[in-house]
Structure formats: C-alpha cells, structure tokens
Design a protein around this ligand. Structure first.
Ligand SMILES: NC(=O)c1ccc[n+]([C@@H]2O[C@H](COP(=O)([O-])OP(=O)(O)OC[C@H]3O[C@@H](n4cnc5c(N)ncnc54)[C@H](OP(=O)(O)O)[C@@H]3O)[C@@H](O)[C@H]2O)c1
Length: 338
C-alpha cells in the first residue's frame, strides 16, 4: 500500500503519543517505587557507626546552618573532626557554630561564607579555605533547594535551582580537588535525592528554564545531575584516593519547602511529614555520615546510597551520551576545563 503524506503524519503522531504514554507509565512506576521505598526506609533507618573517630580530619559541610547539614556537622564534630559550616547566612551559622561547640565540646567548628548562587563567592570560599588549611578529608555537598514558585536567575545568569543544586557544587568540588587529592584518602559526598530517578530525559535547551519553567522537573533534573556528576568524577579520580559517592538521605521533616514555594508543594510536604515516610533530622543525616565515614567504604566510589546501603543508579545514568553531555555542559557553564 502506498503511503500518503497524511498517513505518514498520522503514524508519526501516533508513535509520539505511544512514546509519551510509555514515558508517563514509566514515571508513574518510578513514583510508586519511591513511595514504597519511602515507607520501607521510614520504618528501618540504618545508622552509621558512632564510634568511628575523626580526630585530625577536616570536613566541609555545605548548607550546615540548618536541616540535615547542621545535624551532620554536629555528628562529625562529635567524632572529633574539624568542621567548616559552609553557608550563606552568617548570623544563623554563628549560632549553629556556638551550639555545636557547646553540645559536642569540640571547639574546632567554624563558619566560612559560601553562597552557591554566586560563582565568585564559591571561588573566594575555595581560595580562603585552601590558604588557611593544609588538608580536606571530607567534602559534603549538602546545600540545596527546591525550585521556588517563580523563576529566579542568579548573578551568573543561571536558573537558581540549577546553579545552587548542581553547577555550584560542581564548581566548588573542582576548585577543592587539589587539596582533596593532597589529603587522600579523602571523600566527596553529594546529597542527591530519590527524585533523581524521576529524570528519564534531559532537555539541554531548557537547563536554565529558557523555554519553560517547571519547579518540580527542575529539581528532579538537578538531583539526577548530582548523581551523574558523582558517577563521572569518581571515574576520573580512580586511583587518586579520592572517592565520590551520591545519596538519597530519606524523606525528612525539614523546612526545605518554605514560603516562596508553590502551594501544592507546601501541601505535599505537610502531608508527607504526617506519614511514616518522613524521618527526623537525626535519622536523615545518617546515610551522609555513613558514606562520609564508614571504613568499609574506603574503596567504594561512583555509587549511589540510600538508607545506608548501595542502590542501583538511575536508569539515565547508564546513558553515557547524556551523562557526558551534562558533564561537558556544566564544565563550560562553570568555566572548568574537564
Ligand atoms: N528534606 C528532604 O526530604 C530531602 C529529600 C531528598 C534530598 N534532600 C536534599 O538534602 C539536602 C539538604 O536539604 P534539607 O532538607 O536539609 O533542607 P534545608 O533545611 O532547607 O537545608 C538546605 C540548606 O541549603 C542551603 N542553601 C540554599 N541555598 C543556598 C545557597 N545559595 N548557598 C549556600 N547554601 C544554600 C540552605 O541555606 P539557607 O538557610 O541560607 O537557606 C540550607 O542550609 C538538599 O540537597 C536536598 O535536596 C532533602
């Protein structure tokens, strides 16, 4: 049978519709998986070993002025590490420094200003840190935000969530690589999310929401980018003694959804907080601690953890073309050669 231009158009249209339906079913299955694993993890929270000592070690925790970052900083200090609270809110951070010092008896807890929404702030943070420290054993890229209701652009011209969650940590880690290598064995820990699994394709023409803005999709893409970043950097650093892993900390009762977020997100956050999916800050910092300190993991790199154990990487992380493209794009946007 001869195909007419109309029949070709119809079959192209139908194949697009079928692909879209398969894509949506795929997303629904992932979503159900996330909810079920949330219930499981909410009941069975694995703990890191509190007896591991970190005396003489130096750790940076970004976004440690609140949430799970603050909790992780306190636990690192309790185990004897020197801890740098890398955050943008000085007065809140100084209070956190004082409270951690009091609670742990460790005076070696300090604040250093870092605003991930500004490349120049990241560069000056790295410069000051490296000028004043001779080692860095643990870097925890924890700071992050859920996209606000309205699109915001940073001073560097990027969509806020994309820069703070992905480009910022990408740049910061690169700038600190010399000191991490010098201090090997050392660890980079990237706090991602199970929402990374919701990203099954990336629109590279919309990374900065040039075409349209969707807060939820943005967040999921940045969290996927966190996992892909850790996976690629781990490969590049093989043999250097620096390991790089990413993780999902659990669904935690934090204030990550604040005033400037869409109404539906606030409702979702409230509902989640009322269920047993949600865990406490103490529990939510445990996987971070585990990946940052567990001696058994000294050779493990490029992996994704949840609830204190390995988990498979998101499907899109097996697509080398997309993973490499995200790396190259991030390197160009941050001015890093890689
Ligand atoms: N909560 C959850 O259920 C959940 C689930 C999966 C993954 N996560 C991830 O866990 C990490 C920590 O989240 P959380 O729940 O502890 O949220 P949180 O309480 O809101 O803490 C986020 C931290 O990131 C900091 N931050 C935001 N923008 C920044 C910027 N421009 N420069 C430097 N720091 C900045 C915040 O500082 P300010 O106080 O100055 O805003 C705050 O310290 C995030 O990466 C998040 O994506 C959380």
């Amino acid at each position: 049978m001869k195909s007419t231009p109309e029949s070709v158009k119809i079959s192209v249209y139908l194949s697009k519709v079928v692909k879209e339906i398969i894509y949506q079913i795929d997303l629904l299955c992932i979503w159900i998986g996330i909810i079920l694993s949330g219930f499981y993890n909410g009941f069975f929270v694995r703990r890191s070993d509190p007896n591991i000592r970190l005396d003489g070690k130096v750790a940076i925790v970004t976004g440690a002025n609140r949430g799970i970052g603050k909790e992780a900083a306190k636990k690192l200090a309790l185990r004897g590490a020197k801890v740098i609270i890398a955050a943008r809110d000085e007065s809140m951070s100084q209070e956190v420094v004082q409270s951690i010092r009091q609670e742990t008896g460790n005076e070696d807890v300090h604040f250093l200003h870092l605003d991930l929404a500004s490349f120049s702030s990241i560069r000056s943070f790295a410069t000051v840190f490296m000028a004043t420290h001779s080692r860095l054993d643990i870097l925890i890229n924890n700071a992050g935000l859920v996209s606000p209701a309205d699109k915001r652009i940073t001073e560097d011209g990027h969509e806020l969530c994309f820069q703070v969650n992905h480009l910022g940590p990408f740049l910061l880690t690169h700038l600190l690589l010399p000191i991490l290598k010098k201090s090997a064995p050392s660890r980079v820990v990237v706090v991602a999310s199970d929402l990374a699994f919701m990203t099954t394709r990336v629109d590279f023409d919309n990374l900065n929401s040039q075409k349209h803005y969707s807060g939820f999709t943005n967040y999921a893409v940045t969290k996927w980018a966190n996992v892909a970043f850790a996976q690629t950097l781990a490969k590049q650093l093989k043999g250097s003694g620096v390991t790089v892993n990413s993780l999902h900390p659990g669904s935690i009762k934090t204030d990550i959804v604040r005033e400037h977020h869409p109404f539906y997100m606030k409702v979702m956050a409230k509902l989640t907080a009322m269920t047993c999916i949600s865990i406490t800050l103490d529990q939510g910092s445990e996987t971070m601690l585990y990946v940052a300190t567990e001696p058994k993991l000294s050779q493990d790199t490029g992996k994704f953890f949840t609830n204190g154990k390995f988990f498979t990487l998101p499907k899109l992380c097996r697509d080398n073309q997309t993973v490499n493209r995200m790396w190259k794009t991030s390197a160009i946007l941050t001015g890093i050669q890689g």
